[in-house]
Write a protein that binds this ligand. Sequence first.
Ligand SMILES: C[S@@+](CC[C@H](N)C(=O)[O-])C[C@H]1O[C@@H](n2cnc3c(N)ncnc32)[C@H](O)[C@@H]1O
Length: 242
Amino acid sequence: VTSDPYGDPDLVALYDIDNPPGEDHEYYRALADRLQARRIVDLGCGTGLLTRTLARPGRSVVGIDPSPTMLDWARRQPGAEDVIWIEGGADAIAGPVDLVLCTGNAIMHVDDAALRTAFARVSAAVGPDGMFAFESRNPGAREWEGWTRERTYGSRRTSLGLLTEWIEVVEVEGERVSFEAHNVLPDGADRVYTSVLYFRSADVLRAALIDAGLGDIEIDGGWRAEPVEDTSRLLVVRARRS
Ligand SMILES: C[S@@+](CC[C@H](N)C(=O)[O-])C[C@H]1O[C@@H](n2cnc3c(N)ncnc32)[C@H](O)[C@@H]1O
């Protein structure tokens, strides 16, 4: 049993298959190019699928993640040598940087106290023309209501053999949603990992960013600058040092 929901070395091999590059990766790469970012930090980089594609000559890319399992995987992928990998959290960010990213909803794992510290750290690290960008699921869409055994249950062939999986919410307390991810592999044992995600509204995120000394906050309702609506699935956030 681990407190790290990404701590299973077998399941980490499936992560990139389940979370392939999409509009999110294109969005963050385009942002980095538009800013002509020369120093990028990817906080909560996970397996580093996006992180590695940000690297190019004349640009330094640092991937930071608290999960040794995710980082071990990241370090073994092609192109990993072009990124500096650090095991840790926001404390490990060393400024000045042009762009801090926190992608794949990684910010939702961070509790309120740690969020304050993390945003303050980011605020101190981004340079005068720098930016902080991340996305977070919008509580208005109430996505967790679909996270039931019956609605998520399924089996598929994987590199580990037949995997039967489902997720199930176990507790909702305000913004805080805890759910169990079940994974039954051919040995029959159910590997269960509990995740806690904080569903914060645009107003809550905005206030936390301002408290940390960030400003020029822009929040979209999707990857194509859609306006935020009550039921937008995602909040795509950009902020600068104020
Ligand atoms: C859903 S994954 C996203 C990984 C990657 N950014 C992506 O888009 O594929 C969430 C990641 O957040 C990391 N994480 C959890 N708590 C964190 C924290 N306090 N600070 C930074 N990263 C954290 C996890 O270890 C995990 O790798």
